[in-house]
Each structure stands twice: as structure tokens, then as C-alpha cells.
Design a protein around this ligand. Structure first.
Ligand SMILES: Cc1cc2nc3c(=O)[nH]c(=O)nc-3n(C[C@H](O)[C@H](O)[C@H](O)COP(=O)(O)O)c2cc1C
Length: 254
């Protein structure tokens, strides 16, 4: 047998060590995957509740998410579509040419290149079964990254109940201030559509008047991220996004 101090011995020890370590790492990765996915789903569900201002610390996310009904919407017709929301992967749908459409430059306000044909929407009813809040997924490019988030609307389908981004790569302290609770608070109570039904919500440079129903303060030192948020919100509430669905829902015909 080769001595452990010989060249062969050193190679054998190194190879055995590599095999043992790789078995440990891959076993851990496989075994932890379900827990990671469950945590990811919990975070996602928590972000939906948080956007609507409904996330409570004293209850589990799973418990609270039971009050949320997820439905799938065909974004072109603005009507509900068949399919199991639990199996629906919206990010994958947005990438696949079979389930998404390429946006022209003039359509692509949010700078997302492709828009999925179907989107999930999240509905919360009140105690008597009427719609209380609706939460819509939104995304678009800021300065450095695509921001992924949710916008929540009150039951009039026009007043903002909250907004939040659960994933982005903007600079902390600059564009990253999209996560600042004080900034998110400014959105609450603002309106999306004007009397003509046009998307009027906007993020302006500087400070907006609290009496302005449609304007939200820009983030200081982060004009480009602010512009990105302005564009993505306008995109998703406009013709290419949820406008026809919200109008159908208002008419009771979604
Ligand atoms: C390291 C670094 C990081 C920056 N990160 C952001 C950012 O996340 N979002 C943003 O809009 N601007 C960011 N900026 C600033 C932009 O380059 C640009 O100057 C700014 O958007 C202009 O905004 P202002 O007109 O409010 O000053 C960053 C600049 C530097 C040097």
C-alpha cells in the first residue's frame, strides 16, 4: 500500500476527500431544496400581503394567505382564463415565446422586452364576500436591474392601497430607497386613472403636493430608478397590462 506521504498517497487522499465533500454538498443541496422552495413561496406570499398592507407579525404567512384567492387573467382580453394558479410560473411564461409576446419599442415602457399572455392576480374579499383589495404583479427596469413587485388597489379598482418591490438590484440608499416605508406610504390613497380613464399616476422629480391625487415624490439622487418605477407602474396599469382586466372587473365581466 502506498504511504500517505507519497505522491500517490497524497493524490488518493485528495480524491477521496473531494468525493466525500461533493457527496455531502450535493446531498445537502438536494435535501434542502424543498425547504428552500417553501421559504421562497412564503416570501412571495408575504410580499403580496405586505403590498396590500395586510402582513401581520403575529400570524404565519400561510395562515394569512388563506384569505387570498389567486386567479389567472388573459392580459389581452382582460378576462379570467383556465389553468391552475399553483402550477403557473409567471417568470417562465414571460420568457417562453409560446406564452408571451415581444413588445415593440413604443409599447415597452417598462423595458421588459416580452410580456406574458397570462398573469396571476390576487384577490382579497371582505367578511361578506365582496372584493376588498386586489394585488397585481408589476415589474420593469430601473437603473441597474429589473424591479419585481406588487401594487395593491382598493375595491374601487382606482385607489392605491400599497406598493412594494420584493426583488431588485438598485443601489442601497439611492434607487434602493424604493423599499423605504416612508416612500411607499406616499403611494397609499393616490389614484391611477383620471376622469377620462387615462393612466395618470406618475412619479415626478422632486416633491409632489399631498393634494395631487396622481403624483408621487421622486427619490432624491435616484432619478433613473424613479423614472423606471413611473414607467413600470404606467405600463402595468395601461393597455398592455391590467387596464382591460380592471375595466372588465369593474363591469362585473372579467
Ligand atoms: C455608484 C452609484 C450608484 C448609483 N445608483 C443609482 C440608483 O440606484 N438609481 C438611480 O436612479 N441613480 C443612481 N445613481 C445616480 C445616477 O447615476 C444619476 O446620477 C441619478 O439618477 C441622477 O439623479 P438626480 O437627478 O436625482 O441626482 C448612482 C450613481 C452612482 C455613482
Amino acid at each position: 500500500m502506498a504511504s500517505k506521504d507519497s505522491t500517490v498517497g497524497t493524490i488518493v487522499v485528495a480524491v477521496v476527500l473531494c468525493i466525500v465533500c461533493s457527496v455531502i454538498v450535493s446531498t445537502a443541496a438536494v435535501m434542502l431544496k424543498p425547504a428552500q422552495q417553501a421559504n421562497k413561496q412564503k416570501d412571495f406570499q408575504g410580499s403580496i400581503l405586505a403590498a396590500a398592507g395586510l402582513l401581520q407579525a403575529d400570524k404565519t404567512v400561510e395562515e394569512q394567505f388563506e384569505s387570498v384567492t389567486t386567479k389567472l387573467v388573459d392580459l389581452d382580453s382582460g378576462k379570467y382564463t383556465d389553468g391552475d394558479p399553483k402550477q403557473f410560473d409567471q417568470r417562465q411564461a414571460a420568457k417562453d415565446p409560446a406564452t408571451s409576446e415581444e413588445l415593440s419599442d413604443s409599447e415597452d415602457l417598462a423595458k421588459i422586452s416580452r410580456r406574458e399572455n397570462t398573469s396571476a392576480v390576487y384577490l382579497i374579499n371582505n367578511d361578506v364576500g365582496d372584493l376588498d383589495k386586489i394585488i397585481l404583479p408589476i415589474r420593469g427596469y430601473g437603473l441597474w436591474s429589473t424591479l419585481y413587485g406588487f401594487i395593491a388597489l382598493e375595491s374601487d379598482l382606482n385607489t392605491i392601497a400599497g406598493i412594494g418591490f420584493y426583488e431588485h438590484g438598485e443601489t442601497p440608499g439611492l434607487g434602493g430607497e424604493v423599499d423605504n416605508p416612508r416612500w411607499k406610504q406616499i403611494w397609499i390613497g393616490k389614484e391611477i386613472y383620471d376622469d377620462q380613464g387615462d393612466v395618470s399616476i406618475k412619479v415626478i422629480k422632486g416633491q409632489a403636493s399631498p393634494n395631487d391625487d396622481y403624483a408621487v415624490d421622486g427619490l432624491s439622487g435616484a432619478t433613473l430608478t424613479s423614472k423606471g418605477v413611473n414607467n413600470l407602474v404606467q405600463f402595468w396599469l395601461g393597455e398592455e397590462g391590467f387596464k382591460s382586466y380592471l375595466s372588465n372587473l369593474k363591469e362585473g365581466d372579467a
